[in-house]
Design a protein around this ligand. Structure first.
Ligand code: ZN
Length: 155
């Protein structure tokens, strides 16, 4: 079927999903057979609730740094412009369940974080004053609670 937009997530009906969730957004196979999978890691309900810029920024620093200790093959973790979640891109054919389990381990740690947030100096970050650890911890806890209750599925 013809898709309206080039970007996978623009074709998602955002009124039909239930946050938080982990959703396989795209799977790409390269010329040499390498597989890259991209996930929609949603924290808040689209068009209802949004993360603060400082909160999502701090969450990005903590998740991007510590997901790489948790699992192999991470390519990228980036915040969505709508501030409701993140895109997470990894090497290999991965399942939503596997990604949700890894994220659960990281976000349980983030929810009680009491150490410095990585890379928050003027040299290391593009907006180093816009961080909010308390918000980041709150969003992490809500994700953990939500996924624990309803599972990782978006629908
Ligand atoms: Zn930054």
């Amino acid at each position: 079927m013809e898709k309206k937009y080039n970007v996978d997530s623009f074709n998602l009906d955002h009124t039909k999903v239930k946050a938080p969730f982990v959703r396989l957004a795209a799977k790409k196979v390269g010329e040499k057979g390498d597989i890259v999978t991209k996930f929609d890691i949603r924290f808040t309900q689209p068009n209802k609730e949004f993360m603060s810029t400082g909160g999502i920024h701090t969450l990005e620093h903590l998740m991007a740094e510590y997901i790489r200790d948790e699992m192999e093959g991470v390519i990228d973790l980036s915040p969505m412009g709508c501030r409701t979640g993140f895109y997470f891109t990894v090497w290999g054919d991965r399942t939503e369940e596997e990604i949700a389990n890894h994220l659960m381990n990281v976000l349980k740690k983030v929810a009680v974080w009491d150490k410095p947030v990585p890379a928050t100096t003027e040299e290391e970050c593009g907006n180093y004053k816009d961080h909010n650890l308390e918000d980041a911890k709150l969003y992490a806890q809500k994700w953990v609670d939500g996924i624990s209750q309803k599972g990782w599925s978006a629908f």
